[in-house]
Write a new protein. Structure first.
Length: 207
């Protein structure tokens, strides 16, 4: 791809590093931005700069937040005794869109994957155990994707929490095996949350 401008080439190169964006799509997006009023492009640039400089992780659940404690954790309308364990912010957004869950979340920041070099110590699992140990938690919902990595992470967490006097459940397998939560439709995901089952029952056919 030949560029008449080094500035254009640099912009396309940076844009193409985004997931799912190839060089041709990046070029189309950059040219689109060039055709917009300067104020609109600057607003986009400012929004990204603000995001990078000021967004933080909630000290309680590790969700992306503008404040030390996110709005979900501080809401008086939430049941603080029920924690839904998810992989990342996209899963929080997916579950929230169903309107079927009224507890709080705990974002792991990934899932155990030896192939990718991700072990338990690199995830927010120890803080989950501390949270259960120091608070009056009644239920932990394991809502990770129905993949081998998700199942492995679910089982690891279960083994670390099974001695606590709490209910440990998992979302019903209305979510297809191999699917990530963020790609599951709202109705199916909502039903999976509502019809969750005891985790120990879900692994009887595995062990």
């Amino acid at each position: 791809m030949n560029f008449s401008s080094k500035l254009l080439e640099n912009a396309v190169s940076e844009m193409s590093q985004l997931p799912g964006i190839g060089k041709r799509t990046a070029l189309r997006l950059v040219l689109f931005l060039l055709q917009q009023p300067n104020s609109q492009t600057k607003d986009l640039s400012n929004a990204l700069n603000e995001l990078i400089e000021h967004v933080i992780l909630c000290e309680s659940c590790h969700n992306i937040s503008d404040n030390k404690i996110c709005e979900i954790c501080t809401s008086s309308k939430r049941d603080k005794k029920v924690i839904c364990v998810v992989e990342d912010i996209r899963d929080v957004m997916a579950i929230e869109s169903t309107g079927q869950f009224n507890g709080i979340y705990h974002v792991l920041g990934g899932k155990i994957s030896p192939v990718e070099g991700i072990g338990p110590n690199q995830l927010n699992i120890s803080s989950l155990v501390k949270k259960v140990n120091s608070n009056q938690i009644s239920e932990i919902i394991l809502a990770l994707s129905a993949t081998m990595e998700g199942d492995t992470t679910n089982f690891y967490i279960y083994k670390h929490l099974e001695n606590f006097e709490i209910k440990i459940t998992t979302i019903a397998r209305g979510v297809s095996v191999g699917n990530e939560l963020e790609y599951t439709d709202e109705v199916t995901l909502g039903r999976s949350i509502v019809k969750r089952i005891l985790f120990e029952n879900s692994i009887k056919n595995i062990l």
